[in-house]
Design a protein around this ligand. Structure first.
Ligand SMILES: [Zn+2]
Ligand SMILES: [Zn+2]
Length: 308
């Protein structure tokens, strides 16, 4: 059987980019030429991207990045897929490649960051009774899947983490803090933030959940559920040892990892919905949205029926 024809690349690097706008234009030209689609953010502090494309095109892109002295050290996490997982390409120059919103207090993870743990070291560290496993992602990402015994900061955006830390300082003080995210980039910054806040024992999972799932030794063990990804796949499997499902259908309560968006556009809430309930719920997240959508529709009907 032929291997899947497309690849998804996930990558970041903290490195000095002197002219982010020029670099953005170069990246855009390169990706357009190769028909890569996805999201790339460049800043003076580095590059953060995830793109999909044909296997050969992705390989050419990786070679081009490795031939550039600035990004020669880039690590790519690679998934095989049947087709593009992004509808289009977006390349932006921003102030930061991930936004923790520290403004004047901002710093570079190349100067301050937590200790990096390999997947094997991470798995062992999780067993330490003094360890606190802190998920650095958003609530809806956690809800699809997370490490066993991890703490879920109830935040909808990475920028809210510093406030959350302030409110939960006493639970974390004196503990071995283990922090993780999807591919590792958010933790570069977040673990550095924790170090600067005075926490002494801060570690981060190198390569994030994605690499933990690919590692041949740990094979995703003790990660529950799927890993949320910001493309059309939404969730990807990680655990090849003791996999479970941690989420359940909003309507019937059956275990389900299917995230869909509410059919009522002003709501659009992402919610878990099993195959059977998709039809009966008409993709509405609940009764209130169904009623609102019906009312909006009957209003529109009345309007279009008006003479003149
Ligand atoms: Zn259901
Ligand atoms: Zn809704």
């Amino acid at each position: 059987m032929e291997p899947p024809a497309y690849l998804v690349l996930l990558y970041y690097l903290y490195v000095d980019i002197e002219e982010p706008e020029d670099y953005r234009d170069q990246q855009k030209a390169l990706c357009d030429e190769l028909d890569l689609r996805g999201r790339i953010i460049v800043a003076r502090e580095g590059i953060n991207g995830t793109v999909s494309g044909e296997r050969n095109s992705c390989e050419t892109y990786i070679q081009a990045m490795h031939a550039d002295p600035r990004t020669a050290a880039m690590t790519f996490k690679i998934d095989e897929v049947e087709d593009h997982v992004f509808p289009k390409l977006s390349v932006k120059a921003r102030a930061e490649i991930v936004t923790l919103g520290l403004q004047a207090d901002d710093f570079s993870p190349t100067e301050t960051t937590g200790r990096h743990l390999s997947p094997g070291e991470w798995k062992a560290a999780m067993d330490d009774p003094d360890a606190v496993i802190l998920d650095a992602r958003n609530d809806y990402e956690f809800d699809l899947g997370h490490f066993k015994n991890a703490i879920r900061p109830d935040i909808g955006n990475f920028k809210e983490l510093p406030t959350w830390i302030n409110d939960h300082r006493s639970e974390l003080e004196g503990k071995k803090i283990l922090t993780y995210c999807t591919g590792g980039i958010r933790c570069e910054k977040f673990s550095g933030y924790l170090v600067r806040e005075g926490f002494r024992d801060v570690s981060q999972l190198l390569g994030g959940i994605v690499e933990y799932g690919k590692d041949e030794e740990v094979r995703g063990e003790n990660y529950d559920g799927e890993c949320y990804v910001f493309d059309q796949r939404i969730g990807v499997p990680i655990n090849h040892v003791n996999a479970t499902i941690v989420s359940s259908c909003r309507h019937c309560g059956q275990k389900s990892s299917r995230y869909i968006n509410c059919a009522y556009p002003p709501c659009n809430a992402q919610h878990f919905c099993c195959v059977a309930c998709e039809e009966t719920s008409q993709r509405y997240c609940g009764e209130a949205c169904r009623v609102s959508a019906d009312q909006a529709e009957s209003k529109a009907d009345t309007k279009s029926g008006d003479p003149g």
